[in-house]
Design a protein around this ligand. Structure first.
Ligand code: SAH
Length: 462
């Protein structure tokens, strides 16, 4: 890696750079004399003046001073606190350009890292209406000289931006926040101070079932109760009759982790219900559930299509979380085995299979790279394997076993195009052919790139 010279790091100097890419966090990427620089608020193709604000051994961070040559894709951000809030990184890019950019990112990674020049990458499937798409929000609560703030953290800081409206949340999430804030002000509720560890209310989480319209409000408190919580419950129900569950979540630890382990239900049910496709899910405060349910359905339908099932197959769903993809696959498979490392998620997966009356799935706790070699050694094989790993991609031990096992198809769901491309290179060098890639936009206005790929075992007799 090229080491920086002192000259590059002078904080007084203005540098002119070309922006050539975007990171998954939506930061622009450019170079000064071959050294990588990340800059917020810029777009590929732009020429900008920046000042250096931070330096490390391997990269620098620049602050935008002036756009000299602006991209045709640049648009005015719709959010008034866009400059400060750390939520959406690419609101200054038109939605169509985001979709094109995400497709191109997948394509370039597969070509450069995967070494596959002729693979078919479809256009990104975007949202018809890329607003109000999140079914979960977690607002930090803070107080600044007596002024209560409930909103979002500023980029790379714990300052809270209290905006009136966040357009990627449903209206209820915005409005519930306003009611809680007014209540805290009127009733003098003690707000948690992360520096001193004193005060009560830390976070407000709102979850909404998009198909059922059921709403859950979670009040995260530094203690076992919240003063005047009965009155707050009444006030929330008065304004939002669709609330089905209000929970006090106890978190007395001095930590950045939002939720504690203990939940006290102070109104209604302990969970809300929602559907993905025809499958029903019970969602508790601590449950994992995909945050964009509309695009999740699109992604899972594609997984089912790429799995090409006829009803006779044994399918592995690896990194299965709460078993959502497994349930989708169960519709057309003989048997599905879901594997996931988090034991609580597997409990949820089993429960989800049960409440949906699905009996041709089983779930195993453990690392896919341990469980699958063991199953294979016992003679258990899959005809189709679906993997949906975290950002670091699949473990090499797992890939080795898949190469030996020779399933007819592998469907790879990826949130990181570079590890996807790395794993794809290995699999295509060891007997599989990459057929098609489909990027799906799960998080509009962010740099996040999700894609799904279909691989087929090469028939050696052909
Ligand atoms: N397929 C699920 C979740 C995908 S997220 C869905 O669509 O909702 C990736 C999942 O992989 C997480 O649930 C994480 O806990 C799990 N995981 C991470 N490392 C793992 C490993 N080595 N083996 C099995 N699961 C793992």
């Amino acid at each position: 890696m090229k080491q920086p010279s002192q000259k590059i790091f002078s904080q007084n100097k203005t540098f002119n750079i070309d922006i050539t890419g975007l990171t998954h966090e939506g930061q622009g990427v450019g170079k000064i004399e071959g050294f990588v620089v990340f800059v917020d608020g810029v777009l590929p193709g732009e020429n900008v003046d920046i000042k250096i604000v931070k330096q490390t051994k391997s990269y620098a961070v620049g602050r935008l001073v002036n756009i000299k040559n602006s991209s045709a894709d640049r648009v005015k951000p719709f959010c008034p606190v866009y400059d400060k809030c750390g939520g959406c990184a690419v609101q200054h890019m038109s939605y169509q350009a985001q979709l094109d950019f995400k497709k191109d990112t997948v394509l370039q990674n597969i070509r450069r890292i995967g070494g596959l020049q002729n693979i078919k990458v479809n256009n990104t499937i975007g949202m018809e209406n890329p607003f109000k798409y999140r079914n979960k929000v977690q607002y930090p609560v803070g107080s600044d000289k007596g002024d209560i703030r409930i909103g979002f953290y500023e980029t790379r800081s714990h300052n809270i931006i209290d905006s009136n409206l966040c357009d990627i949340q449903p209206d209820e999430s915005n409005n519930i926040r306003d009611v809680v804030r007014d209540f805290c002000k009127d009733e003098g509720i003690a707000i948690y101070d992360e520096k001193t560890g004193k005060g009560l209310l830390r976070h407000v989480m709102v979850r909404k079932g998009f198909k059922t319209e059921e709403i859950m409000v979670v009040l995260v408190v530094n203690g076992n109760k919240l003063a005047k919580s009965d009155e707050l419950v009444n006030k929330l129900l008065e304004y939002f009759p669709d609330i089905k569950s209000i929970i006090l979540n106890v978190n007395t630890r001095n930590t950045n982790i939002i939720l504690g382990d203990k939940n006290i239900c102070i109104y209604g049910q302990k969970y809300i219900t929602d559907y993905i496709g025809s499958f029903k899910f019970e969602i508790s405060p601590l449950s994992f559930f995909q945050v964009n349910p509309i695009q999740t359905e699109v992604l899972y339908e594609k997984a089912l299509e790429y799995a090409g099932l006829s009803g006779n197959e044994t399918v592995f769903d690896l990194y299965c979380g709460i078993g959502t993809i497994s349930l989708f696959l169960s519709q057309k498979a003989k048997h599905v085995v879901g594997v996931e490392v988090v034991a609580d998620a597997i409990c949820d997966a089993k429960r989800n299979a049960e409440i949906n009356g699905v009996s041709n799935v089983e779930f195993l706790v453990g690392e896919a790279e341990k469980v699958i070699p063991e199953l294979y050694a016992q003679g258990v094989k899959a005809d189709v394997v679906v993997v949906d790993p975290p950002r670091k991609g699949c473990d090499q031990l797992l890939l080795n076993t898949l190469v030996e096992m020779q399933p007819q198809r592998i469907v790879y769901v990826s949130c990181n195009p570079s590890t996807l491309a790395r794993d794809l290179k290995y699999l295509t060098e060891h007997g599989f052919e990459a057929k098609e890639v489909q990027p799906v936009d799960m998080f509009p206005w962010t740099g996040h790139v999700e894609s799904i790929i279909w691989m087929q075992l090469v028939d050696k007799n052909k």
